[in-house]
Write a protein that binds this ligand. Structure first.
Ligand SMILES: N[C@@H](CCC(=O)N[C@@H](CS)C(=O)NCC(=O)O)C(=O)O
Length: 252
C-alpha cells in the first residue's frame, strides 16, 4: 500500500483511540531490568498495554508474536503456559501476567504506586474501540512473514499513537524482529506537533534531564520513529526508509 495512504489510515487509528498513548509521564520509575511484552501489533488488548506503557514513560522489550508466527511461541509458552498475548514478564520480580487489565493494573501499581486512571484501565468499550482502531487501518490481520533472525534485538524510539511509528512497529511484528521500544511520549505543550513544525513557535526545548533531552543532544532533533540496528551499525529516521531497510535486511 502507498505509504501516504498508510500514514493517513494510521492517523485515523490513533484518532479512533482519542490519541491515547501520546503523553508520557514526567514522573518515571524505570525498572532496573527491561520489562518484556509478548505483543501482537494488531491485537486490541496489546494496544491498551502499549498505550499505558507510553503514558507511564516506561521502555519495554517487545517480543512480537504475529498470527502464524512461531519464533517466540516456545518462549511465550515456557513463561506463561499459554500462547495468549498480551503477556508481560517483569524480570525484576520474576512475575508474569496476561490480559490487558491485569497488565495495566500491575504496571501502574508497581511503577507509579497508584491505581490506573479509569481512562487507561481496559474496559469492554476500550477493547471495542481498540478493535475499531485496527479495523480502520483496512489491512486485515498481520501475519508473520519469513525473515532472518537478528543476533541482537533492534531499538525503536517512538510512542504508541505516533502514526509513523505504528507503521514501523507493524513491520517489526510481521517479520518477528524483537526490539527495545523506547517511549518518547510528549511531556509538555512544547513537544506537540511534528519535529519540523512544532505547535509552539521558537527553538524546541525538551524538559531537562529527560529521554527527549538526551535524544536531542545525541541526534540533533527529536523525531520518531528512529531505529537503531546494532547488527549492521545502522541508525535511521524516516518511517518509509526504515520499513524499506527492514524488508531489505531481514525479509526472506
Ligand atoms: N517523515 C517522518 C515524519 C515523522 C514525524 O513527524 N513524527 C512525529 C511523531 S508522529 C514526531 O517526531 N514529532 C515530534 C515529536 O514527537 O517530538 C517519518 O515518516 O518518519
Amino acid at each position: 500500500m502507498n505509504h501516504l495512504l498508510d500514514v493517513l489510515l494510521s492517523t485515523a487509528a490513533s484518532t479512533v483511540r482519542g490519541w491515547r498513548g501520546t503523553s508520557g509521564s514526567k514522573q518515571v520509575q524505570p525498572p532496573k531490568r527491561a520489562l518484556m511484552l509478548f505483543d501482537r501489533e494488531d491485537d486490541a488488548e496489546c494496544r491498551l498495554v502499549r498505550e499505558a506503557l507510553t503514558e507511564l514513560n516506561l521502555d519495554v522489550s517487545i517480543i512480537p508474536c504475529p498470527k502464524k508466527g512461531s519464533r517466540f511461541t516456545a518462549d511465550l509458552e515456557a513463561l506463561s503456559g499459554m500462547k495468549q498475548v498480551p503477556f508481560l514478564y517483569d524480570p525484576n520480580v520474576d512475575y508474569g501476567m496476561r490480559g490487558a487489565r491485569n497488565v495495566v493494573q500491575y504496571l501502574f501499581n508497581q511503577y507509579r504506586g497508584e491505581a490506573p486512571p479509569s481512562a487507561l484501565l481496559p474496559s469492554l468499550s476500550g477493547v471495542i474501540r481498540s478493535n475499531l482502531a485496527w479495523a480502520v487501518r483496512f489491512t486485515g490481520h498481520l501475519y508473520a512473514r519469513p525473515s532472518v533472525e537478528p543476533e541482537e534485538p533492534l531499538t525503536l524510539y517512538g510512542f504508541e499513537s505516533s502514526p509513523y511509528t505504528r507503521l514501523v512497529r507493524e513491520r517489526l511484528c510481521q517479520l518477528e524482529l524483537p526490539y527495545r521500544l523506547i517511549n518518547l511520549g510528549k511531556q509538555q505543550w512544547a513537544d506537540m506537533g511534528p519535529a519540523r513544525m512544532r505547535v509552539k513557535p521558537g527553538k524546541y526545548k525538551p524538559l531537562p534531564n529527560t529521554k527527549r533531552d538526551a535524544f536531542l543532544k545525541q541526534y540533533g532533533k527529536v523525531q520518531v520513529p528512529f531505529l537503531i540496528d546494532p547488527n549492521t551499525d545502522t541508525e535511521m529516521f524516516e518511517s518509509a526508509d526504515i520499513i524499506a531497510y527492514l524488508d531489505k535486511t531481514y525479509a526472506k
